[in-house]
Design a binder for this molecule. Structure first.
Ligand code: SAM
Length: 219
């Protein structure tokens, strides 16, 4: 999707993806991943409360978000006034406590060091199929070999709605070489996502996976 698509989403407040709770699959499985104390990358972060939970669990959290309003609302709702620093990659670092939210394009993010942990909820599935390999390649470039993360996907019957969110199924995940994939939990959740039910989706399966960054392919 073009950046303007997402700016319009925030302008028109079509943010049904934003949850008012901590994602239960994050709470259920995060501690089984083996990333205690590691810095966590949160691509396409929106203003998710999951970042506050990760920070409260002792992680340094770095979210990347295109839209300034999402970042402003995150800190307002947290009742924190962030400091703001310009970065050399052009993203604007808004930070308070152990949370850094960088405003700008994920594809332009150039950190000083790679991350050992990440959390992708509604980031991969926000991308149309043609963009997903580029997204996974970029994510892989930001994660050290052996780094681990959680990915949460949606699946719904083809043709029931135009994404985002887009359905992402296990064979697509198995076809990429950057991450080893292991399923953690799978649930029918259409009852929770009423905005998708209203859009015509009859079945919505949410799946949490553990992803582990594989070794770099030999040159
Ligand atoms: C579906 S929302 C998910 C937000 C969050 N992960 C959550 O669970 O609530 C996708 C978010 O990614 C942001 N976004 C889309 N493309 C982006 C990009 N290229 N770089 C950074 N953020 C992006 C959008 O503005 C939107 O807030």
């Amino acid at each position: 999707m073009e950046p303007q698509f997402w700016h319009d989403i925030w302008t028109e407040r079509k943010i049904g993806f934003h949850r008012s709770d901590i994602h239960p699959m994050l709470q259920n499985h995060w501690h089984s991943l083996g990333c205690e104390g590691l810095d966590v990358l949160v691509p396409l972060s929106g203003k998710t409360l999951d970042m506050r939970w990760l920070a409260s669990e002792g992680h340094q959290v770095t979210g990347i978000e295109l839209d300034q309003r999402a970042v402003d609302e995150f800190f307002e709702e947290w009742q924190c006034q962030p400091a703001v620093d310009a970065r050399v990659d052009g993203l604007a670092d808004h930070h308070s406590g152990n949370i850094h939210l960088l405003v700008g394009d994920f594809f332009g993010f150039q950190p000083e060091a790679r991350f050992e942990a990440f959390y992708d909820r509604a980031a991969l599935i926000a991308m149309p199929e043609a963009m997903r390999p580029d997204y996974l390649r970029k994510l892989a470039s930001l994660v050290v070999e052996g780094g681990v993360g959680m990915l949460i996907t949606f699946e719904y019957p083809d043709g029931e709605m135009d994404g985002p969110p887009f359905p992402v199924r296990r064979p697509e995940l198995d076809a990429q070489n950057w991450f080893r994939v292991e399923q953690l939990e799978r649930q029918e959740v259409i009852g929770y996502y009423t905005h998708l039910q209203e859009a015509g989706v009859t079945s919505l399966v949410e799946t949490a996976y553990r992803l582990e960054r594989t070794a770099e392919p030999a040159a």
